[in-house]
Design a protein around this ligand. Structure first.
Ligand SMILES: Nc1ncnc2c1ncn2[C@@H]1O[C@H](COP(=O)(O)OP(=O)(O)OP(=O)(O)O)[C@@H](O)[C@H]1O
Length: 355
């Protein structure tokens, strides 16, 4: 059985994921790096992307095939707090000196990050640290004050339309419309993304089946459980097949069973589609379970990054990521005070609606 970059069994027959796997093309393009761990590499058509001037998120290039995502070997994420991560040509996300100010307040402060293609990356940090603001700049919802960011080689400032085609976004607040059925929600999204009419029906059916929602396609979303809504939002955000998916607190307000279901879905998407996942979370267990690389943000700065194992080893032999978080951020005292009433209110509303 094939295994994904997370080292998890790919379970090809599970809830229709084999259909997802096969949907891209009759013979998915492969390269010499294709292995049982990474069965398909080209997520976006390399000819189309080079014609569009994009750098395809592909491991061919200077990176050693014995390091990087899926190999269990640290790539260039290192335990350095001050040195920026070195970008690589195939990186899905590259951020350099990215800054965002609101008036006099510097909310994101000269952030440097590089996320390899097909990695699962976790951005951690107290309320108000600037995580959502950073994501909003990466998906072109917010203009940077300074610095640069690219998605699959595409600059967020100069090529926002292309970037929007390359990213999916599952926001912290619920985005699905409760007054519509699951299918109707997906149709609206398919139209927004100009998915050809002839492909819509099959793509939506495939997507619903891939997360076990085929039987609920015609049910109103307001009657869904929180876990079902999140699964719907994930497939909705991926309907246009973006190579990079941003998820802002994907399991907020979910019970442990639903949370584990979402983790399984995300692992599956990462393994079968080679989708790069960029996740924010306050759940350190989630970060540890899902992410190959994490960065901790505090007061707008990235103060540490590395694999969860590297960060834990730095604090002590028995440390968990909670200990790391507390050691580096001072126990999250930035908290609701600096996250503000709005942030606390948003989180509670989301938790209530999902719960
Ligand atoms: N449009 C805005 N105008 C002014 N301040 C803003 C705006 N958006 C965000 N902020 C402020 O920026 C800071 C960072 O907010 P952001 O939502 O990015 O933090 P976060 O790390 O995602 O927090 P949480 O974990 O609570 O979601 C907060 O102090 C917030 O109040």
């Amino acid at each position: 059985m094939a295994a994904g970059p997370l080292g998890e069994p790919a379970a090809p027959g599970r809830r229709g994921h084999d259909r997802l796997r096969g949907r891209r093309s009759p013979s998915p393009p492969r390269c010499r790096h294709a292995t049982s761990q990474n069965p398909t590499y080209y997520h976006i058509n390399p000819r189309r992307s080079s014609a569009a001037g994009l750098v395809p998120p592909h491991p061919c290039g200077p990176r050693s095939p014995t390091s990087g995502p899926g190999t269990g070997t640290p790539h260039y994420f290192q335990l350095v707090q001050s040195s920026p991560t070195a970008p690589s040509p195939g990186d899905a996300v590259v951020v350099r000196g990215l800054t965002r100010r609101f008036g006099a307040a510097v909310v994101v402060d000269r952030v440097d990050l590089a996320v390899p293609h097909a990695a699962v990356f976790g951005l951690l940090g107290p309320n108000g640290a600037g995580k959502t603001t950073l994501i909003k700049m990466l998906i072109t919802l917010l203009a940077p004050s300074e610095g640069t960011a690219t998605i699959a080689g595409c600059d967020v400032r100069t090529r926002p339309a292309q970037v929007r085609r390359l990213v999916g976004y599952v926001p912290q607040l619920l985005s699905a419309d409760g007054a519509l059925t699951a299918e109707e929600n997906l149709v609206v999204f398919a139209r927004l993304y100009h998915i050809p009419r002839a492909q819509r029906r099959a793509r939506i059916a495939d997507a619903l089946a891939s997360v076990g929602l085929a039987g609920s396609a015609t049910k109103l979303v307001r009657d869904f459980s929180g876990g079902m809504v999140r699964r719907l939002e994930i497939i909705q955000s991926m309907l246009h097949r973006p190579p990079v998916l941003f998820l802002d607190e994907p399991t907020i307000g979910l019970d442990p069973a639903a949370r584990h279901d979402i983790w399984a879905e995300l692992r599956q998407v990462n393994a079968t589609e080679q989708t790069t996942l960029f996740i924010t979370t306050h759940d350190m267990e989630e970060a540890d379970a899902l992410c190959q690389q994490v960065a901790i943000m505090h007061r707008g700065r990235v103060i540490a990054q590395g694999t969860p194992g590297e960060l834990k080893a730095r604090v002590g032999p028995d440390a968990n990521l909670d200990d790391v978080f507390i050691a580096l951020t001072g126990g999250g005292t930035q908290g609701v005070e600096e996250g503000g009433f709005g942030a606390a209110g948003r989180a509670r509303r989301t938790a209530r609606r999902l719960g």
